[in-house]
Design a protein around this ligand. Structure first.
Ligand SMILES: Cc1cc2nc3c(=O)[nH]c(=O)nc-3n(C[C@H](O)[C@H](O)[C@H](O)COP(=O)(O)O)c2cc1C
Length: 142
């Protein structure tokens, strides 16, 4: 059974692209082996990550990730059953959430992942991923 999970967390320490790249370079290898796909959205001191895969695999990964000391306040926003992956080609895409992103500032005044409806945040990550002018997607390695 396939599921898609979304969580939000707060970075511990400076949230540089280098830090995230080092997390992802390891993660992508594991994800490929375990059939995990998704997107990691980073910015404003936050991470929002979508994970897709077999339910038991995603549960195990989420439990590991939530104990990772590189972030804190890990909060589950959505867990949904799916029939199709949205990030099928991505062992983990990397999406930048810019602080002055007009979509975040204006289009989404409700932007606070910790209080907004989970599906609103899920949509935002999908939008950030698919609208190239508002994001920088650094995942050359799929
Ligand atoms: C924001 C964030 C996202 C992560 N994403 C993944 C991921 O997609 N896949 C993965 O295997 N590990 C990911 N990790 C790393 C895991 O937390 C963990 O360090 C890694 O799976 C190794 O686990 P182990 O040391 O228990 O073997 C992520 C860590 C952080 C902080």
């Amino acid at each position: 059974m396939l599921v898609r999970l979304l969580y939000v967390s707060r970075a511990v320490g400076p949230q540089t692209t280098a830090v995230t790249d080092s997390i992802l370079s390891v993660a992508r290898g594991t994800n490929r082996q375990r059939g995990i796909t998704g997107a990691l959205c980073q910015g404003q001191g936050l991470y929002m990550q979508v994970l897709e895969g077999e339910r038991s695999v995603i549960n195990r990964l989420y439990n590991r990730i939530s104990q990772d000391r590189r972030h804190q306040d890990v909060e589950l926003l959505v867990l949904e059953e799916i029939t199709q992956r949205r990030y099928a080609d991505w062992a983990m895409a990397h999406v930048m959430l810019s602080e002055d992103d007009p979509m975040v500032q204006l289009g989404h005044p409700e932007f606070d992942p910790y209080s907004a409806p989970g599906q609103t945040m899920m949509k935002l990550v999908h939008e950030l991923f698919s609208t190239g002018n508002r994001i920088r997607s650094t995942s050359a390695t799929r």
